[in-house]
Design a protein around this ligand. Structure first.
Ligand code: ATP
Ligand code: MG
Length: 603
């Protein structure tokens, strides 16, 4: 555990952000000083650890507590932006804590990926940029001590009913529970038995430690919940030190309290757990083990995004069954997938802010996420031309008017509007020659009504270059157009005095045959064709979209081939693209379509 000094930032932004119920709670707590008396010894710890420490310099403490059992997804991103954002805005600290109390499902691969994801989203934790994350397994000693304290105070007992008996005796919504025959054991008997559990004398499942609350509580979570179970398993951090492990409902409030968390924010399904959260912390404060005031749990609605599944288990299934290429497949809603797809941290933060937090479940349209990316990239992404469905255009009079083999240099700005205070980026350089690549759809021998691009007799501008007049095309034996032909109209080059002397009906994008670079371009679409792929227990694999990835061979202008991996561009007219993090190289460019120019999700 690290003990980094922390100077909280002024809560400058807090007030200017759109309010929500959590902000109102925090503002109220700050105004009345609900947590002003807390002390902080610099590291997590019990009441004695914090007792003589200075007042906590963090005005609030929140936490993001992932289980290291999978890759984080867009739903976690909402929780990250929320918890880290609130701490940032109110002069607080957000803790990154691995909730690694379950020995079986966890892995250091996931630990590393979670650390990367949180950093990439733009946050640091635990009060210092290079602080180590906290981990719940560091608190196992304390949790054990807390369990013994409850036993000694008659507030917990070892139950040796079979799991079936325990389930049957718990009752249900209409039926109160029935006391276990083990419920009346004395503290001394319970203590001895619990120590036998700890010492490995009982097999898995033979006994559990239960809180002793009330078997007739209307809240089933208060009917003597299990708080420790036997599990002879090796833990990724503590090895074989323990063969009993705390249950999540017992561990989580304690983790929060040891870390001085003030606002413990979780998703709605934990609402029914809150009474136990409060019960447990009150008991441990009474016992003198934890410092008051206790943290408080608040619930918000989890993110449901249309066309997306956010269950770790189901995402793992997509990976394991080879439905996608891996956790970072650009179609995956994982943070590594979104990143590879071309999402920016800013766009995800903007998304989290825009959807806000509420207390009732709803579905967010995928278009909202895409809109945030477009909004972020619009001002930042350099422009470039790419031809995704190429057909060759030959300027039949080129040799005559420009000279055989001549390549005419052209230039266009990297950004149409340079944001204020930012240096103007270098302009793009490329050449036009006798042959250029154009989009197949930009030529029609017999134009449909209103068609403004290339057809015999029509004039268009090659963007950034000359006006040309279409003369016809060449077809192969099957009738497919293999070459479009046009005449160059001299002295009409963009940026020269003659540029406007001839009117063009349209400007089309193109890439020179001489300096265009062949590129692999991956066009992604939604992974599922059903807007709620797994709602109501549906088989989500049944709605996998077979056309969610289309790979095309196109051509890109020279400036695009020079892209650095991860660099984003607007391919004019096609949308926003990113140079693939894994596969792009200047000699073999690979781009992913991040998002089109317009919203297509509503349709
Ligand atoms: P698991 O089924 O493995 O428990 P989980 O999605 O709950 O999966 P955790 O690692 O426990 O994963 O989640 C860490 C935090 O992220 C929790 O506080 C949880 O509330 C939050 N979180 C998870 N999914 C979402 C979601 N879809 N929207 C908002 N927050 C989420
Ligand atoms: Mg969970």
């Amino acid at each position: 555990m690290s003990s980094a000094p922390h100077t909280p930032a002024a809560p400058a932004e807090g007030a200017s952000k759109p309010s929500n119920f959590l902000r109102q709670i925090i503002e109220h707590d700050l105004a009345v000083g609900s947590y002003a008396s807390r002390r902080w010894a610099g590291t997590p710890g019990d009441a004695a650890h914090h007792a003589s420490a200075p007042h906590d310099p963090a005005r609030i403490r929140t936490r993001f507590p992932p289980e290291p059992n999978g890759y984080l997804h867009v739903g976690h991103a909402k929780s990250i932006c929320l918890n880290f954002g609130l701490a940032r805005d109110y002069g607080g600290v957000c803790h990154l804590r691995f909730d690694d109390t379950n020995p079986e499902k966890e892995d250091t691969e996931y630990v590393d990926s979670i650390i990367d994801a949180v950093k990439w989203l733009g946050f640091d934790w635990n009060g210092a940029p290079d602080a180590a994350p906290y981990q719940a397994s560091d608190y196992f000693d304390f949790m054990y001590r807390a369990a013994e304290a409850l036993i000694e105070r008659g507030q917990a007992y070892v139950d040796e009913q079979s799991p079936e008996e325990m389930r049957a005796n718990r009752g249900d919504f209409s039926k109160p529970g029935i006391d276990s025959p083990f419920r009346s054991r004395t503290p001394a008997e319970n203590l001895a038995r619990f120590r036998q559990m700890r010492d490995g004398q009982l097999p898995d499942g033979a006994a559990v430690l239960r809180a002793r609350i009330a078997m007739d509580s209307p809240n089933i979570n208060l009917r003597d919940p299990a708080i420790y179970r036997i599990k002879h398993a090796t833990h990724h951090a503590t090895g074989d030190q323990w063969c009993i492990y705390p249950m999540y409902t017992f561990a989580h409030p304690i983790e929060d309290a040891l870390e001085n968390i003030t606002h413990s924010i979780c998703t709605l399904e934990f609402e029914d757990q809150r009474p136990f959260y409060d019960w447990l912390l009150e008991r441990l404060i009474e016992a003198g083990l934890l410092a008051a005031p206790a943290p408080h749990q608040y619930e918000f609605a989890r993110l449901n995004l249309s066309y997306v599944i956010t269950s770790k288990r189901k995402l793992a299934q997509l990976v394991n069954e080879g439905k996608v290429s891996g956790w970072d497949d650009p179609r995956m809603p994982t943070i590594v997938g979104l990143r590879r797809r071309g999402y920016t941290p800013q766009s995800i933060q903007l998304f989290a802010e825009r959807i806000g937090v509420t207390k009732s479940d709803s579905w967010i349209d995928y278009g909202t996420l895409e809109g945030c990316l477009r909004e972020d990239l619009e001002a930042k992404a350099y422009r470039g031309m790419a031809v995704l469905d190429p057909v060759k255009l030959v300027l039949t009079n080129w040799d005559e008017v420009m000279g055989a083999g001549h390549l005419e240099p052209c230039t266009l700005p990297a950004l149409p509007h340079v944001p204020e205070g930012q240096p103007e980026p270098a302009a793009r350089q490329f050449t036009v020659g006798k042959e250029v690549w154009i989009e197949r759809e930009d030529f029609e021998e017999v134009p449909p009504k209103g068609y403004k691009r290339l057809f015999p007799g029509n004039k268009v501008r090659l963007k950034g270059a000359y006006v040309i007049e279409c003369t016809g095309c060449v077809r192969d034996a099957e009738g497919r157009v293999t070459e479009v032909q046009a005449m160059l109209i001299p002295d009409t080059k963009s940026g020269t005095p003659g540029a406007d002397s001839v009117k063009a009906k349209a400007a089309i994008t193109w890439v020179g045959v001489a300096d265009g670079v062949p590129a692999e371009i991956r066009l992604y679409d939604r992974l599922f064709s059903d807007a709620q792929p797994d709602a109501g227990g549906k088989d989500f694999l049944a709605s996998l979209n077979p056309n969610s990835l289309k790979v095309v061979s196109g051509f890109v202008e020279p400036s695009l081939a020079q892209a650095k991996p991860d660099q984003k561009f607007q391919f004019e007219r096609h949308g926003y693209f990113v140079a693939d993090r894994a596969d792009h190289a200047p000699a073999k460019p690979v781009f992913n379509r991040a998002v089109g120019l317009k919203d297509s999700w509503g349709k």
